[in-house]
Design a protein around this ligand. Structure first.
Ligand code: TMP
Length: 236
């Protein structure tokens, strides 16, 4: 499958049309941004690492009956995907308080949440991806109530699979963001699942092993990403 016209360039990926209209190629870049583009940089080999981790995790989810856009890993940086009509809702699942949950609601960082929190954000960079509830999403026309219920259910199912998978690899899955899209009347999990879109803390030391190292200039960004890759891929 060959890359044809570029359909879209995002902060961390490019998406290309292919000769097959129902398929696209997602190319992972090394560019990194944080705080909605206010901080910019690159993380060496991030594209290769995130493609490898995402392909592995999507395959794992498929094995658990959760349908994703992954067709196959084409190369180091390229993933062949089903072409989605992306739903403009970012679904965040939280197991442990961190990030904006701490800022917005005053939780102490590290508080274990007895029940995972699921949040919806409007996917709109110009508006800084605001937090929203179901009524907002329906009023904005980005998803129906039925679709939102599916997204929440699906996100909880993903969490159950990934939490256990990462615990087995001595990583706490603190929180993560998912995106979904419509394809042939079905809702599929899209985008990526990687240290860019998840928070991982080492089970024993609580060391941050994700994009927070870049966001807050903690150093050792590349090492953290490759250690996550090692634990995800080498412990099969
Ligand atoms: P937050 O605590 O900043 O709201 O982030 C929650 C999770 O979502 C965290 O794992 C990082 C991820 N995330 C993204 O993937 N993209 C984004 O634009 C934001 C704000 C968060």
């Amino acid at each position: 499958m060959k890359k044809m016209k570029q359909l879209y360039e995002g902060k961390a990926k490019r998406v290309f049309l292919t000769e097959e209209s129902s398929l696209v190629i997602q190319e992972f870049k090394d560019d990194a941004t944080a705080f909605n583009n206010k901080k910019k940089g690159t993380i060496a080999e991030k594209g290769v690492v995130n493609n490898a981790i995402s392909c592995k995790l999507f395959t794992l989810l498929e094995e658990h009956g959760i349908h994703t856009h992954l067709v196959e890993k084409l190369s180091d940086r390229d993933m062949l995907c089903r072409h989605l009509d992306i739903i403009k809702v970012e679904v965040v699942v939280r197991n442990i308080a961190a990030g904006s949950l701490v800022k917005r609601y005053g939780f102490a960082e590290g508080t274990v949440l007895e029940n995972p929190i699921v949040e919806f954000y409007l996917k709109d960079d110009d508006l800084d991806d605001p937090l929203m509830n179901e009524s907002h999403a329906v009023a904005l026309g980005v998803a129906t109530l039925e679709e939102l219920a599916i997204l929440k259910n699906r996100a909880e199912a993903v969490n159950a699979v990934l939490k256990q998978f990462f615990a087995d690899r001595k990583l706490k899955l603190v929180d993560f963001k998912l995106e979904f899209g419509r394809h042939d009347g079905e809702i599929l999990l899209g985008d990526e699942i990687s240290p860019d879109t998840c928070r991982f803390w080492d089970l024993e030391t609580n060391e941050k092993m994700d994009k927070d190292r870049f966001r807050f200039d903690l150093g050792g960004v590349e090492d953290a990403y490759s250690e996550v890759q090692r634990r995800v891929l080498e412990l099969d």
